[in-house]
Design a protein around this ligand. Structure first.
Ligand SMILES: Cc1cc2nc3c(=O)[nH]c(=O)nc-3n(C[C@H](O)[C@H](O)[C@H](O)COP(=O)(O)O)c2cc1C
Length: 256
């Protein structure tokens, strides 16, 4: 479908203009704007209105430096005026259960990991759209899960709280081209799942190489990039290998 033929408005235009920003100017983010971003994140829907999201803002330069290293030397964590960490949070649910004289037993259910991750994802997306609508740039930082145990310690996260993604926010000093997406037919199917998507993937490959030239993660086709990332059980260099350990430590013990 041609985007020019579809309906649009200011919100949709903001979403369609999305690109991750990895170079920030020194210009500070207004307190009022940050407040609007957090309120937008909190207005997102959540499973049973459990509101399973906690957002932590980190300003201390030393802590930012440490976090940048732990997330795989991602310098924009230091440079961005705002750095937030989005956590899936069932600690408040445990408190709610205790207030009702009941025990929180659902942590054995792996569905909670889907619930928490989805709630964080929607909330993160709302924060991104709000920030971009205010003229700010953002980049999520899943790299925090390279060192989840260290992030738990640095943020003092209690049991039943897990770090899912960071989010850098600030004014862009460099605006990259948009990264191409798959043709819609690959991701939007009618009635039944359609596995016949090789041609669409090849179509993306043809434009991906050119569109991502000059980027740290670019210079390859989409299939090359995906295969090189997903050919290891724990991604490249065994990064993200402590996520299972972290889930156990935080109380998500399957079947106990
Ligand atoms: C949950 C999540 C975690 C991400 N983590 C990182 C990260 O650690 N570092 C980074 O540079 N980009 C990160 N990204 C950004 C993606 O690489 C980016 O969204 C993708 O390449 C598409 O580019 P675009 O956002 O410019 O359209 C993350 C995105 C998501 C949704």
């Amino acid at each position: 479908m041609n985007y020019n033929e579809t309906s649009t408005n200011k919100v949709v235009e903001t979403m369609m203009a999305h690109r991750s920003i990895r170079k920030y100017s020194d210009k500070q983010v207004r307190k009022e704007d940050l407040d609007t971003i957090i309120r937008s994140a909190q207005a997102a829907p959540s499973w049973v209105n459990g509101q399973h999201v906690t957002i932590i803002s980190i300003n201390d330069p030393e802590r930012r430096k440490k976090m940048s290293e732990l997330a795989g030397n991602q310098n924009y964590i230091i440079e961005a005026p705002v750095f937030l960490v989005f956590c899936a949070d069932f600690h408040r649910i445990k408190v709610a259960c205790e207030m009702e004289g009941k025990e929180f037993k659902a942590a054995v259910n792996p569905d909670l990991l889907i619930v928490g991750s989805v709630d964080v994802g929607i909330s993160l997306a709302s924060a991104i759209t709000a920030a971009e609508s205010l003229g700010l740039g953002t980049v999520p930082i899943g790299g925090i899960r390279r060192s989840p145990l260290e992030f738990i310690e640095l943020l003092d996260l209690p049991e039943y709280v897990i770090p899912i993604s960071g989010l850098c926010i600030g004014y862009a000093s460099e605006v990259p081209n948009q990264v191409p997406r798959l043709p819609q037919a690959a991701i939007f199917h009618e009635e039944l799942y359609n596995q016949d998507i090789n041609e669409e993937i090849k179509e993306l490959n043809n434009i991906h190489l050119e569109a991502t030239k000059g980027r740290k993660s670019g210079g390859s086709t989409w299939t090359q990039r995906m295969a090189n990332f997903y050919m290891y059980p724990f991604y490249v260099n065994d990064s993200y290998k402590d996520v299972g350990k972290m889930l156990k430590q935080q109380g998500f013990r399957k079947g106990e």
